[in-house]
Design a protein around this ligand. Structure first.
Ligand code: NAP
Ligand code: ZN
Length: 347
């Protein structure tokens, strides 16, 4: 076993602090990764705070990981020592169920193994990327194209795939109108990716404070949701509304923005339930759907798409000792647009 440095939450209401954790021996199918960078996802904050239920503390968050392969098990063929690799929100699944076989490992019938805070298939509790090293089954290790800036590539492993997957599924492309709700980590990548796919993109943000950014990222339109006129002006206009908001929204108001057959897809995952008036769906044959990250093959497809289109998130690189401050700023919607921890500061 390897003892490595990490940053962990000791409990739901205490700040994260430096600690050490152990990583398992490199098994036949495993890859040991020396972590270079780890993004801070709002899900890390929801999880640590217990928004989604009780957690096994101390907990090391982090599921937007890039690093270099330091060692491989004898059965590993897809990765070699020295390769630039990434790990996202899951590190294992059963591999046998229909969903796994279909490339939807995130919907594994036995439950996918989350990168942190979950029981791995050997029973150990997983610990995430705010750390110097991680050991991961090779089937859940992605290749990070050389052309992508390494630090900026980290958030693609969660924020990138979480937005890419529903955009693809709901046929984003030329002639399609896509509205992105919330211009945070996920939202700003959704804008870049949807624009690269050829759609006409609208940002719906709480205020107009980030309008210049939104237009620079690739949106054609930008509206403040605090202004009731926005919902009148945009009624019935979007084929797809992608909700990335981390808090409860007025679902009916956003459904009213959809065309007939349009879809509101929720990737935001607030602690409290969302409710809707079913007439908002009936009166337009509309769909309200959810989507969780993406499968492994699709995640590789997303990385290759981003490399081809020169897409990386806009990031702020921080040392690990600033993680608590970063959490406060994410909660205040004061992030432009993703914090990334430099793992060298953990060494
Ligand atoms: P983030 O960077 O904090 O962005 C969320 C954005 O939502 C904010 O920038 C803000 O945008 C808007 N917002 C925040 N509070 C709001 C409020 N009270 N009312 C209206 N708008 C508000 O977070 P993120 O990392 O992008 O994650 C967003 C959500 O997606 C989180 O709930 C996260 O857990 C979830 N998530 C889900 C998946 C999945 O697989 N489904 C994967 C990753 C993350 P404006 O300032 O522009 O209004
Ligand atoms: Zn995430």
């Amino acid at each position: 076993m390897l003892t490595v440095n990490a940053y962990a939450a000791p409990s739901a209401d205490a700040p994260l602090e430096p600690t050490t954790i152990t990583r398992r021996e490199v098994g036949p199918h495993d890859v040991l990764i020396e972590i270079a960078y780890a993004g801070i996802c709002h899900s890390d904050i929801h999880t640590v705070n217990g928004d989604w239920g009780p957690q096994p503390y101390p907990l090391v968050p982090g599921h937007e990981i890039v690093g270099t392969v330091a060692e491989i098990g004898p059965e590993v063929t897809g990765h070699a020592v020295g390769d630039r690799v990434g790990v996202g929100c899951m590190v294992n699944s059963c591999g046998q169920c229909t969903n796994c076989r279909n490339g939807d490992e995130q919907y594994c019938a036995e439950g996918m193994v989350p990168t942190y805070g979950g029981a791995d298939r050997d029973g150990t509790i997983t610990q995430g990327g705010y750390s110097t090293h991680v050991v991961v089954d090779a089937g859940f290790v992605l290749s990070v194209p050389e052309s992508l800036d390494f630090a900026a590539a980290a958030p693609l492993l969660c924020a990138g795939i979480t937005t890419y997957s529903p955009l693809r599924r709901w046929n984003t492309g030329p002639g399609r109108k896509v509205a992105v709700v919330g211009l945070g980590g996920l939202g700003h990548l959704a804008v870049k990716i949807a624009a690269a796919m050829g759609a006409e993109v609208t940002v719906l943000s709480q205020s107009l404070k980030k309008k210049e950014d939104g237009l620079r990222l690739g949106a054609e339109h930008y509206y403040a949701t605090s202004d009731p006129a926005t919902f009148e002006q945009l009624a019935g206009s979007s084929d797809l509304v992608l909700n990335t908001v981390s808090a409860v929204i007025d679902v009916d108001a956003y459904l009213s923005l959809l065309t007939v057959d349009g879809a509101l897809v929720n990737v935001g995952a607030p602690a409290e339930p969302l409710s809707l008036n079913v007439f908002s769906l009936i009166g337009g044959r509309r769909t309200y759907a959810g989507s969780m990250i993406g499968g492994i093959a699709e995640t590789q497809e997303m990385l290759d798409f981003c490399a081809e289109h020169g897409i990386v998130p806009e990031t702020e690189l921080i040392s690990a000792d600033r993680v608590n401050e970063a959490y406060e700023r994410v909660l205040a919607s004061d992030v432009r647009y993703r914090f990334v921890i430099d793992a060298a500061t953990l060494a």
